[in-house]
Design a binder for this molecule. Structure first.
Ligand SMILES: [Ca+2]
Length: 393
């Protein structure tokens, strides 16, 4: 192994110990430094609602306590409140189900009770072996058996032959007083081998885009009318964003997979550059530095928080309910790599503590959402995947 890599590792370990010894007030001053997670194996339990789901990727919520779950190989199913799993919905488009690609995120419209509308994203097949992430709108049929009026609102450009880094979280934007503004955020990965594209605006690799619910481009998007820039782009310089949500104040929060180390949380603002691959707190999987090995550069945003080692985050949700004593306002992040649910305490807009919940689930966690009943729900990334409800012990 590269001796420089050993030195970096020693340095990283040294800083982690230093930060662990600092009181919380000083941690806040260390804006971007990771905090040592505190294991809390006894703080929560996971109740199994349903199993036998094949690589479920997302869970959304329907009236009467029902769930809508995607399965990565290309299906969407309703899970009844009692946990019984319906047959797959009819009318789902063909997906490129390979590697990380397939049927990915789903959300329901804020006015679902009246319009039965949902939005979903997936790996959309293109010519040859190419694909890219697409965002579609559909209506659930009155009998709950099929998707109707399926319409693709957006397709990531360019299509590219890769089975990795699709991003693919959807967030309905809400502005003042929780009022929807008629637009959706969609997160898009860099397709793994197109990382440099994340720094140029003539493509959708490594971007977060904002799209009208009717497929239009919002006129107040930051690059509208700018020569050479695609007008859907909201923010850029991202690697692979598999978690995004709105904070209670309406701010967009997102996390993204770093390479080896350097998973990040960002608050993507319009027109800003989040740095990948020019700046990163991670390294190549070989241990080599990425680019010039920079962590900061003018004109590029620092992450709010980062993980080193990487936890491979997927899904995120703020606790806004009263279901969990002491957790209100905390940010929950599901982890694929170390198979735990992270509870991040936020003070003055900064992460001041991280707690590791549910280490005993023993499966990769793909999504975390808070349901309309105030409980947190998870799906596990497994060929026999589960839908779980989190309860305080
Ligand atoms: Ca970054």
């Amino acid at each position: 192994m590269d001796p420089r890599h050993h030195r970096l590792q020693r340095l990283a370990t040294g800083s982690a110990l230093l930060f662990a010894c600092l009181p919380l007030t000083q941690l806040q001053a260390q804006t971007h430094a990771p905090v040592n997670p505190t294991p809390e194996p006894g703080a929560a339990v996971a109740e199994t609602i349903a199993k036998g789901l094949e690589h479920p990727w997302a869970v959304a919520f329907l009236p009467e306590g029902r769930f809508l779950v995607t399965e990565r190989p290309g299906r969407m199913r309703i899970v009844q409140a009692n946990g019984s799993v319906n047959p797959p919905l009819q009318g789902v488009p063909e997906v490129a189900a390979s590697g990380q690609g397939g049927m990915l995120d789903v959300i329901t419209d804020s006015d679902y009770a009246r319009n039965r509308t949902l939005y979903f994203c997936y790996a959309e097949p293109g010519p040859g072996r190419t694909n890219s992430t697409a965002l579609a709108r559909a209506r659930l049929s009155a009998d709950g058996r099929s998707l109707e009026q399926v319409r693709v609102l957006f397709s990531q450009k360019p299509k590219f032959a890769s089975s990795a880094h699709f991003g693919c979280r959807i967030v309905e934007r809400k502005v003042a007083a929780g009022k929807p503004d008629g637009t959706l955020f969609l997160t898009l990965g860099d397709r793994y081998s197109r990382r440099d594209d994340a720094q140029t605006l003539d493509n959708h690799h490594g971007k977060i885009v904002r799209i009208g619910k009717d497929g239009s481009v919002p006129r107040d998007n930051p690059f509208v009318g700018k020569a050479g820039a695609l007008p859907e782009i909201w923010s850029y310089g991202h690697r692979n964003v598999q978690g995004a949500t709105l904070a209670p104040d309406g701010t967009l929060w997102a996390h993204e997979h770093g390479p080896q180390g350097g998973d990040e949380i960002n608050l993507p603002q319009p027109g800003r550059n989040y740095g990948w691959p020019v700046i990163t707190y991670g390294k190549e999987y070989s241990g080599a530095t990425i680019g010039r090995g920079l962590r900061k550069q003018d004109g590029m945003e620092q992450p709010l928080y980062y993980w080193n080692p990487s936890i491979a985050p997927s899904g995120m949700a703020f606790v806004t309910s009263e279901r969990y004593p002491g957790w209100k306002g905390d940010l929950m992040v599901a982890a694929l790599k170390f198979q735990y649910l992270a509870r991040l305490q936020i003070r003055d807009g900064k992460v001041v503590a991280e707690h590791k919940l549910l280490p005993d689930v023993g499966e990769r966690l793909r999504d975390v959402r808070q349901g309309p009943d105030g409980w947190l729900y998870l799906v596990t990334d497994n060929s026999d995947g589960k839908l779980l409800r989190v309860k305080p012990r």
